[in-house]
Design a protein around this ligand. Structure first.
Ligand SMILES: NC(=O)c1ccc[n+]([C@@H]2O[C@H](COP(=O)([O-])OP(=O)(O)OC[C@H]3O[C@@H](n4cnc5c(N)ncnc54)[C@H](OP(=O)(O)O)[C@@H]3O)[C@@H](O)[C@H]2O)c1
Length: 287
């Protein structure tokens, strides 16, 4: 049995994106994993079986992720690397440069998924940025392209302008902000939803919430495992971040845990319109 199979069994079956690319069902967030410490954290995650690493120009962790991959001994083709363009990289030419600079920092010939991190609507360049990603994919610099924090209007604009539907929209999604409308729209458009801050930043508000704690008790699982499986059963791809090897394994090894419809509904009902963790509204956020 290869590592990929092993990972698939514990974290959930890999999924196929609208462009045919296969993506692991769960990944590691790398925000803040800087320097030698950061390389060590990512290396331990790879050794535990993580095969999707989520970085970004804005996190400044691309070099760390690249080094951990090279030092891991895991074949490059078994690892799925996501990175994201930030505000100064918007616009056609800047975005093409941003992709090449990411490849340099990562030390890779190609990245698996490149996202526009935020639409930055006041800057107003996300359509040109999207065209650049379409061309970067044609030129073989990236395998799949997608967006992050795009709402319905932003998605409509890039799809109307180019005919290209993003493979992924990575959005804030956790039990207090379950994004029902966005998920329904993504389903209609064939876009896969990826969940950022999937554990609600690991806070008690999420992990000690009654429906989560109840389900954890019933299934003999941890609250984090219940929340991560909730994401997957909604059809979403969570990318939990942990610097701790034990919690990394806990988050990956979801085993046969399966929530029933009542449990799923009870967790989703924690959602409310003010549920964002820190107010990251794509309409107003510029980063
Ligand atoms: N596209 C975007 O705009 C965007 C925005 C935010 C984040 N992201 C991505 O999403 C990733 C994940 O989101 P996030 O880092 O904001 O939040 P998160 O994954 O929801 O939570 C991370 C926090 O939870 C703790 N934790 C992890 N596993 C745990 C467990 N099993 N039990 C208890 N606590 C646990 C971690 O602490 P320990 O390290 O001590 O385990 C850490 O403090 C980021 O790293 C980044 O890659 C993207």
């Amino acid at each position: 049995m290869t590592d990929v199979h092993h990972t698939a069994l514990v974290a959930g079956e890999p999924l196929r994106l609208n462009d045919g690319t296969v993506i692991p069902a769960l990944g590691l967030g790398t925000f803040g994993f800087k320097g030698d410490r950061g390389v060590g954290i990512v290396s331990r995650a790879l050794a535990s079986g993580y095969r999707l690493l989520d970085t970004a120009v804005g996190y400044d962790t691309e070099a760390e992720v690249g080094r951990a991959i090279r030092e891991s001994g895991v074949p490059r083709e078994e690892i799925f690397v996501t990175t994201k363009i930030r505000r100064p990289g918007h616009g056609y030419d800047a975005a093409r440069r941003s992709v090449r600079a990411s490849l340099d920092r990562l030390g890779l010939d190609r990245v698996d998924l490149y996202l526009i991190h935020w639409p930055n609507p006041r800057l107003g360049l996300y359509v040109d940025t999207w065209r650049a990603l379409v061309d970067a994919r044609s030129d073989g610099e990236v395998r799949s392209i997608g967006v992050s924090n795009f709402n319905a209007d932003h998605l409509e604009r890039i799809i109307d302008a180019t005919g290209e539907v993003p493979a992924i929209n990575q959005i804030e999604l956790h039990p207090h902000f379950p994004q029902e409308q966005a998920r329904a729209l993504h389903r209609r458009l064939g876009i896969r939803t990826q969940s950022w801050s999937p554990l609600g930043l690991g806070g008690r508000a999420t992990l000690a919430a009654e429906p989560v704690a109840d389900a954890a008790r019933r299934h003999g699982a941890t609250p984090a495992q219940v929340v991560l499986r909730w994401h997957q059963q909604l059809g979403c791809l969570p990318i939990p971040r942990s610097s701790d090897p034990e919690r990394q394994r806990e988050n990956l090894q979801l085993g046969r845990l399966r929530l029933d419809e009542d449990e799923l509904r009870a967790i989703t009902s924690l959602g409310h319109s003010g549920g964002r963790l820190w107010g990251g509204d794509p309409e107003t956020e510029e980063r």
